[in-house]
Design a protein around this ligand. Structure first.
Ligand code: NAP
Length: 248
């Protein structure tokens, strides 16, 4: 059945791959981005070329007013939501905690944790049956960093993702009677631009080589799991934290 979904951070990487896979199912897709309008426009065009509807929605997930505008804009353009992928996230340069500024810590948690909570809140408000929604699925994109801790690289990022896993556990219980499933997915190292944004463009292949499967994941391999969690095939899966990490 056709669905309407909103994906935060859908202009590139895992969010982009999820948007394109959703389009192949005929689902309408809200494509959120923060700064890269051209990349978001390209995703919208690719979704439409697959016969599905799409809209691009600029907004910083760390800003409440932006989050509200993104959700409102998505629903105005595409109709009531069936699913939300809380995917937007950032990393920073490798450092030990001893060398991390307060400003860096705040931004990391504002985007990855507060941003995820705000987006999940809006998803819940709009999909909960007691609020007039039709139920649905929320997929939170965490990271294996949440259980590895990411020492000497980014313990801030790891902690910000642990909060996301905990949100999935608690929110799934709050929404159990509301027709809304909530799950967290923990990708392992995956080939996207995020590593270059943290000053390590070769990181995915370098780290991937040392994992049990001997390679990094591809964005579409993560997207497959997200799409499954969004779909009715996962109708009894809620409160799960799913590693998609090549055995790492
Ligand atoms: P990416 O390639 O760097 O793409 C990031 C996406 O998020 C872009 O669409 C970007 O928009 C958007 N974004 C960044 N900050 C934003 C903000 N404040 N508000 C709204 N959108 C924002 O990243 P990725 O690797 O696909 O990562 C996606 C998610 O997977 C993240 O939560 C990340 O932590 C998680 N993850 C990634 C890996 C990995 O190895 N790649 C592993 C585990 C978990 P613009 O294009 O406009 O900048």
């Amino acid at each position: 059945m056709s669905k309407t979904i909103l994906i935060t951070g859908a202009s590139r990487g895992i969010g982009r791959a999820t948007a394109l896979l959703a389009a192949e199912r005929g689902w309408s897709v809200g494509v959120n981005y923060v700064g890269n309008q051209a990349a978001a426009g390209e995703v919208v065009a690719l979704v439409k070329s697959r016969g599905a509807n799409a809209v691009s929605l600029q907004g910083d997930v760390a800003q409440e007013r932006d989050v509200l505008a993104v959700f409102d804009g998505c629903q105005q353009a595409l109709g009531q939501l069936d699913g939300v992928v809380v995917n937007a996230g950032i990393v920073a340069s490798p450092a030990t905690l001893m060398d991390m500024s307060a400003e860096r810590l705040r931004r990391m948690f504002e985007v990855n944790s507060v941003g995820a909570y705000l987006c999940a809140r809006e998803a819940a408000r709009r999909m909960a049956v007691s609020r007039g929604g039709k139920g649905g699925s929320i997929v939170l994109v965490s990271s294996v960093a949440a259980r590895l801790g990411s020492p000497f690289e980014y313990v801030d990022y790891a902690g910000s993702k642990a909060a996301v896993d905990t949100l999935a556990i608690g929110l799934s219980k709050e929404l159990g009677q509301e027709g809304v499933r909530v799950n967290s997915i923990r990708p392992g190292v995956t080939v996207t631009d995020i590593h270059a944004s943290g000053g390590q463009p070769d990181r995915a292949h370098r780290v991937g080589a040392g994992t049990p499967m001997g390679r990094p994941g591809e964005a579409n391999e993560i997207a497959e799991a997200i799409i499954w969690l969004l779909s009715d095939a996962a109708s009894y899966t809620s409160g799960a934290v799913l590693d998609v990490a090549g055995g790492r």
